[in-house]
Design a protein around this ligand. Structure first.
Ligand SMILES: Nc1ncnc2c1ncn2[C@@H]1O[C@H](COP(=O)(O)OS(=O)(=O)O)[C@@H](OP(=O)(O)O)[C@H]1O
Ligand SMILES: Nc1ncnc2c1ncn2[C@@H]1O[C@H](COP(=O)(O)OP(=O)(O)O)[C@@H](O)[C@H]1O
Length: 300
């Protein structure tokens, strides 16, 4: 059954999108059908009942005229007359940056819309949030594998992995978690602007941090997926033994144990248990792929 509430899709029981009627192909541990991306038939009627979120295709700047305006991002925009060099003459002097002032946005003639045309897809961010052990990384892998085998360009930003490099300086204190999310959000935004389907799998326990990323992206391009796996299930899985350490007091401030997790209120997709059974990663990935397809992200 697929329940629709608050604009979210809640997948809670046997597949509403039966992609497996076609012959399937095994990719790693995940079976994907030859027609992985062809799920319109079964889901379109359900999804069209939702408030439409049209994939933001990106748009070219309309012809430029001289003038100055201030946009909602507190940027002064200086429009000079257009030129034919391929380099835009629209200058935005930012007044918003905390530390950088007098910086000017340089625009290039190859834009998101061109890259999307090249890739035959639309860039977006799939943000997978949930407790440690809820299945975020597993879903991210199944999803990237499914999309990749359907000819779509994806990139996964996994919280654990990013903390090995870009975010190696950050702890799990609330302010560092916020900075972790902010940086991952900014990187995801760049990938999305590149036309890539970027999959971020991070606990991201605070609603305000996730909402901040949503507000950075064009409407519809932030697709929040909540792994609604109960704490007891995550703790029973405990693949890294971290819950055990947290319960023993050896890790302080562990999400779900002695640190908060704020579930999304209005996310696009909720993936939850079917009774006491967890849907397979491939089933979950298919549901996300169906969503992308119906919303137009799998075409330019
Ligand atoms: N205190 C504490 N709380 C939660 N998680 C912890 C903690 N310490 C280490 N870990 C491990 O770090 C992984 C979470 O990193 P994230 O970057 O996704 O976390 S956060 O979004 O900044 O909250 C998380 O990985 P996942 O299990 O894949 O979620 C844990 O393995
Ligand atoms: N859909 C699923 N059904 C059963 N077990 C799963 C599922 N997804 C993940 N797991 C298992 O749960 C554990 C945690 O998954 P993982 O993807 O690492 O979670 P997270 O990234 O949220 O910490 C792993 O041992 C994984 O094999």
């Amino acid at each position: 059954m697929i329940a629709v509430g608050n604009g979210s899709l809640i997948f809670s029981s046997p597949l509403g999108c039966n992609l497996f009627e076609a012959q399937s192909t095994k990719v790693g541990f995940v079976n994907f059908p030859a027609t992985t991306l062809n799920c319109r038939r079964s889901l379109t009627s359900t999804l069209t009942n939702l408030a439409p979120i049209k994939a933001n295709g990106g748009s070219r700047m309309s012809s430029l005229k001289s003038g100055i305006e201030v946009n909602s991002n507190e940027r002064a925009i200086i429009n000079n007359s257009d030129d034919s060099s391929g380099s835009s003459v629209r200058h935005e002097i930012s007044t918003k940056g905390k530390r950088s002032t007098n910086i000017v946005w340089h625009k290039c003639s190859v834009e998101k819309i061109d890259r999307q045309e090249l890739l035959q897809q639309k860039g977006c961010v799939i943000w997978i949030t949930g407790l440690s052990g809820s299945g975020k990384s597993t879903l991210a892998c199944a999803l990237t594998r499914g999309l990749h085998s359907g000819g779509k360009l994806t990139y996964v930003l996994d919280g654990d992995n990013v903390r090995h490099g870009l975010n190696r300086d950050l702890t799990f204190k609330p302010e560092d978690r916020a900075e972790n999310i902010r940086r991952i959000g900014e990187v995801a935004k760049l990938f999305s602007d590149a036309g890539i389907i970027c999959i971020a799998s991070v606990i991201s326990p605070y609603r305000s941090d996730r909402d901040a990323i949503r507000s950075m992206l064009p409407d519809g391009d932030f697709i929040e997926v909540f792994m609604d796996t109960p704490l007891g299930v995550c703790e029973a899985r405990d693949p890294k033994g971290l819950y055990k350490l947290a319960r023993a007091g050896k890790i302080k401030g562990f999400t779900g144990v002695d640190d908060p997790y704020e579930p999304p209120l209005n996310c696009e997709i909720v993936l939850e248990q079917e009774g006491d059974k967890c849907p397979s990663p491939e089933d979950m990935a298919e549901k996300v792929i169906c969503y992308l397809d119906v919303k137009g992200y799998l075409n330019a």
